[in-house]
Design a protein around this ligand. Structure first.
Ligand SMILES: [Zn+2]
Length: 375
């Protein structure tokens, strides 16, 4: 069933809770807003705004770029509202060009006057993590600590006792996505953490209508079917009745053009499936119909961890099938002596492989996926 025919589960999506609040400031030529009301965004164009998700110590704002592709005047109510967000983890960069390139191409599509719906893009959700060249969000309070922003959504306002990190998430959730009023389907782009390699895979919670179709449209190498992580962007959407997936696009800090292109193709397939593209419109890239013959469906992870610290050499690659007990890598000490022979704990498919040899005791060096329900 096409996603365009999946009933909207969120009630009152067309209602408006506040008007776009322009602060009067501009940054690099684009207006700064405090709240996004899609009614105030001009139709048939792609608009750019900044929003400050929080202020760092000393009052320095963390500005996030917001892209909004609005279709025809009436399509705000008749069309779907799609969110494309990336890089909530500051070292996960492959989703950034996916969002940027889709919006670059959407400019011509919406100007035709026949685009049916609205797309909201947040290409860089964690500039703090980008500055520090790492995954999490740094807070300077109490001598400094890090927060995984993808575990604190939908966030907490300062008035309700929130911290800088939780109020940051609160601002994105409430002031950009309007607590779901601006969005009825969502994709959050991630990659692996720094130091590992992997394929294109989707986390999907099939319990909500529309999620399976969304995940299958991505044609990922692995479909990881699970109930999600509390506080993640994906799971917060799903908890609010909005079909969403996390799409993992290979390694961190390395623009993998093959996987980026596949992710862009997914977005165009999705726009088509949501009936947002004009009739007879030819997408700027191949959207080929869904073929899942190469997608491995899995319900479980199994992680191989090093029992001691040392230098690891892995002998398997992403998407390789391995048997229980098969040798997958070797851990060496600083003399070059073998201190651990690593083996696969289950029969399954290699999802992620550590490529950074520096390894601490307890660190995962390999993730396998397997389907616990098939045997
Ligand atoms: Zn991530």
């Amino acid at each position: 069933m096409k996603l365009s025919t999946v009933a909207l589960l969120v009630s009152g999506v067309a209602t408006v809770s506040a008007q776009t609040s322009f602060t009067g400031d501009t940054l690099q030529g684009y207006p700064v807003i405090e709240y996004l009301d899609l009614n105030d965004v001009p139709p048939n164009t792609v608009s750019r705004y900044w929003i400050s998700a929080a202020e760092a110590q000393g009052g320095l704002p963390y500005f996030l770029p917001i892209l909004v592709a609005r279709g025809s005047e009436g399509s705000l109510d008749t069309g779907r509202r799609l969110s494309l967000s990336a890089s909530i983890h500051g070292d996960e960069l492959n989703g950034i060009p996916v969002v940027q390139r889709v919006f670059a191409a959407l400019g011509n599509v919406v100007s035709s006057g026949n685009f049916n719906g609205t797309v909201i893009g947040l290409p860089t959700q964690n500039p703090n993590g980008n500055i520090l060249n790492q995954r999490n969000f740094f807070s300077s309070s109490n001598n400094g600590f890090f927060t995984n922003l993808n575990r604190v959504f939908p966030g907490t306002s300062i008035g309700e006792g929130g911290s800088i990190a939780t109020s940051y998430a609160y601002t994105i959730w409430n002031n950009v996505w309007a607590n779901t009023s601006n969005v009825d389907i969502a994709v959050d782009f991630h990659t692996l953490s720094t130091g590992s390699n992997g394929p294109l895979w989707a986390y999907a919670d099939y319990r909500l209508d529309g999620v399976q179709r969304l995940a299958e449209l991505a044609q990922p190498d692995v479909l990881k079917i699970d109930p999600g992580e509390p506080g993640s962007i994906e799971t917060t959407w799903v908890d609010h009745g909005v079909p969403a997936i996390t799409l993992e696009i290979g390694p961190a800090k390395n623009w993998n053009q093959t996987l980026i292109k596949r992710s862009e193709e997914f977005v165009w397939r999705l726009l088509e499936d949501l009936a947002m593209l004009p009739e007879n419109y030819t997408a700027p890239m191949e959207t080929v119909s869904i073929g899942l013959q190469n997608s491995y469906r899995a319900t479980n992870f199994s992680t191989v961890a090093a029992s001691r610290s040392g230098w690891v050499q892995m002998d398997v690659v992403p998407l390789q099938d391995v048997q229980e007990g098969q040798a997958v890598g070797t851990l060496y000490d600083s003399w070059g002596d073998v201190i651990e022979n690593l083996t696969a704990p289950v029969t399954g498919r290699v999802l992620t492989v550590k490529v950074d040899p520096a390894t601490e005791q307890g660190a995962g060096v390999l993730d396998l996926v397997y389907n616990a329900t098939s045997s």
